[in-house]
Write a protein that binds this ligand. Structure first.
Ligand code: QAP
Ligand code: CO
Length: 186
């Protein structure tokens, strides 16, 4: 119990990279060993995701280019799923889903993906597992694995839509920067 309090105390909310940050296009490397530094990153990513709040987060989005994603699609927000070195073994069917992304705040667009998938990964203890997923969980796993491949969901949209989103995001980040310097000046 005391240990849990100590780890909670040292947990941190991490900065999330915003589209069109070029670092979001980095291809993640496999995790060699699930050690203490990986467990720390998982705890920090979980705090970051729940704080947002979001249902999925890839290490790429917090500028850590390793094959690690976390997901919690439960209503109660107490069912964290960790996927290390995830691989999609099979895909079936098609579904459209209105997706969002913590790296593209305020933007929601329809994307077509597989309806159901079979995924193989390591869990938080480094133990191999396979999972059959459909519906929202399937969409979320595919979306987060894309991040590890350097792909953001807006890349499935038409160039016109994507450019509009890119310009909107750039304008939004300039406004944030201006507000920051105004705070410093006053
Ligand atoms: C990926 O995305 C996902 O724009 C996870 O202002 C989303 O958690 C997969 C979020 C939908 C499948 C379906 C987005 C929070 C969270 C925003 C997220 C925002 C605040 C996105
Ligand atoms: Co995303």
């Amino acid at each position: 119990m005391i240990f849990k309090e100590i780890t909670d105390f040292f947990m941190a909310i991490l900065d999330i990279l915003n589209y069109p940050d070029p670092r979001l296009h980095t291809v993640a490397k496999p995790v060699k060993e699930v050690d203490a530094s990986i467990r720390r990153l998982i705890a920090d990513m979980a705090e970051t995701m729940y704080d947002a709040p979001g249902i999925g987060l890839a290490a790429t989005q917090v500028n850590q280019h390793i094959q690690l994603i976390i997901i919690d699609t439960s209503e109660t927000k107490d069912q964290l799923q960790v996927f290390i070195n995830p691989k999609i073994i099979s895909k079936n069917g098609e579904q459209d889903y209105e997706e969002g992304c913590l790296s593209v705040p305020g933007i929601y667009e329809n994307v077509t993906r597989a309806e159901s998938i079979k995924v193989e990964a390591l869990d938080k203890d480094g133990k191999k597992f396979t999972l059959n997923a459909s519906g929202l969980l399937s969409v979320c796993i595919q979306h987060e694995i894309d991040h590890l491949l350097g792909k953001v969901f807006v890349e499935y949209l038409s160039p016109l839509k994507r450019n509009r989103i890119k310009n909107k995001m750039l304008k939004y980040s300039r406004e944030i920067d201006q507000n920051r310097s105004r705070h410093v000046n006053i």
